[in-house]
Each structure stands twice: as structure tokens, then as C-alpha cells.
Design a protein around this ligand. Sequence first.
Ligand SMILES: [Mn+2]
Length: 358
Amino acid sequence: MWTTNTTLADIAERLRPARRVVVLTHLKPDGDAVGSTISLVRALNRTGGWQSASAPKAQAWYYGPQPPWLNDIVGQTPHAIVSKTNPPSQIAGGEPDAIVILDTGSWTQLEPVSEFLASRRDKTIVVDHHAQGDPDTSALRYVDVKSAAVCEPAAELCRLVLGVPRLADLGKDIATPLYLGLATDTGWFRHSNVTAAVLHTAAELIAAGADHLRLYELLEQNTLARLKLIARAIESIELFCDGRLAVMTIAHTDFKACGATPGDTGGITDYTQSLPSVQVSALLSEAHPSDFGLPSDGRPLTKISLRSKSFEPAIDVNAVAKELGGGGHTRAAGARLEASLEETKAVIARLVEAQYRG
Ligand SMILES: [Mn+2]
């Protein structure tokens, strides 16, 4: 069962005395993934103990397509990019005492590190806010599906690790990446997952000095390549289910023609969510197996991003994604399919239609 079996206080208790901690997250890290991992690494490295510049106590690892703002957020904080030529065995630099995975607990989101994790389950801790995950990834789990972002429990974990009374005491360097996760997973505090709790946490983080304006300007800027990609995505819009489902497609040739990368697709589903008749938005983009750490066998691969609005009858896009081996949240979910864009479009139209029929 994908449920909590520990407390944040217990996790903090285990991490504080650890000498070497590896902090992981999902493929293609987003604001919540980078924000939660970098803030925890910073908190752990502030706890002192055995560490030096060349061998820090904690480091974060990333894999899959990287967001363009990654280096701005990460700065000098210890981290590594896992790739075929830079595998975990090479980066680890010694056996970790603990491994923390934030913002996922699904093997499909952890492929580049799955071998590394498989033999280290006993020392692996997951903190997540997704409805699904694989229990055999980790010995200890803290799963809070009510959290809008994993940066909510991650903020509390940082507070406990540092032993400070309030989130406002975390310091700007930890508060800023945490705020990034809250802001991006809620669409800058607009989506249905906004709660009093997430706004309280955001307020505390701003009190701690979180540089919210710099984050907004950094995250919400476009490159010309991305703007051109958005134009192509909008050009591709097709409506299904009496106008309630909008599908956009991005082919390899679109990425190439625009000079864009898979990292440029974030937030594009919001455009069709602005159509009054549309309840479910799907963005289908042609992907390379290597984006997911998979070997290429020549078969087509399509990445699927799904969003749904909350008006009735609300559609659970997590249920749709689950049928394709993916997952996420009720209003935002994703999956990938070994099929062409056209085939995937037909599959999505059929699955969403089935949701309406109940
Ligand atoms: Mn998240």
C-alpha cells in the first residue's frame, strides 16, 4: 500500500546523524522536485558533522531533461547529473548512509537510478504527495496527498532537521527553493490544490526571505524557441468529446524546427484549459526513450500530460493516466506510451470518453 509508515520527525532523526545522504527526485525535475531536493540538501549540509567542500554530507542527483533555470536555483549546492557516462556508481563517492527520494516513489520515474536503489531499499526514505507509488522503492515513507506540493512536507522536514521553531527561521537560501515548489505545483497559487495550509507555508517562507519576485521572473520567462513551440502546439489543437477534451501534439520535427527541447513543454496544457468548453487538456509530445533512461528499440514513444478543470462532472485524469501505467494527481497527471502521436491521440480520446460515460 502506498501509505505513510513513519513521521517527518522520525525521518529528521535518522538524517541528522547520517554522514552521507543522497537526495533524489523524479525524471525531468520540475520546480517542486528541484526546490524540495535543494532545500533539503542545504538544510542537511548546515547540520555540520562530517563534511567538507570536496565531500559534502548531502548531494542531490538529477536525470532526464533539465529545466533551463536549474543552475540558477541550484547554484553551488552539491549536486550531480546522472547519465549513461556518469552513472550512480561513479558519482556516489562512497556508500550513502541514507537515500531520500522527494516528489515521487514510482519506479517509472526513477529509471536512471533504479539499479542503484534496488539493493538499498533499507536505507531509502520517500517523501511524496502523489496518490500512487511503488512501496518496494523504500523502507520508510511519508505520503501526504493533501499537500499541493512536496515542498510543504519538505519545508517541515527542513525545519525539523535544523531544529528551528518556525519555517520563517529557515533562512533565505532554504526558503527560496521551497517557495519555488509551492508556486510551480499550484500554478502560482491559482490551481484547485491551493489551500489555507499552502498559503500559510508560503507566507512563512516569504517571512524567511524567499525571493518570490526573482523566482517568478526566472521561471516565467520564455525563450524564442519555447514561444515558437507554443505556437506549434496551439496550431495543433483538436477537440474531442463534444469540445470537452482538447489535444495538442508536438512532434520531433516541431522540437527541431523551433530549436526547442522537451524541457520547453511545461505549462503548455494551460493554454487549452482557458477554452470555456474544455475540461480535459492533453499535451502529447514525441519523446526519445533516452529521456526516460530507457534503451532505444526504434519504437515510437509519446509523453502524455493531462490536466482537468474542477467543474462537474469532474474528470479524474489520474485514473486515465493509471490505465496507461502513469499517474499523478486528480487534476494533473502524466504517462508515456509506446505508440505514435496519432495512436496516442486515439487512446486518450477513447479513455476520456469512457470517463464521461462513467
Ligand atoms: Mn510535486
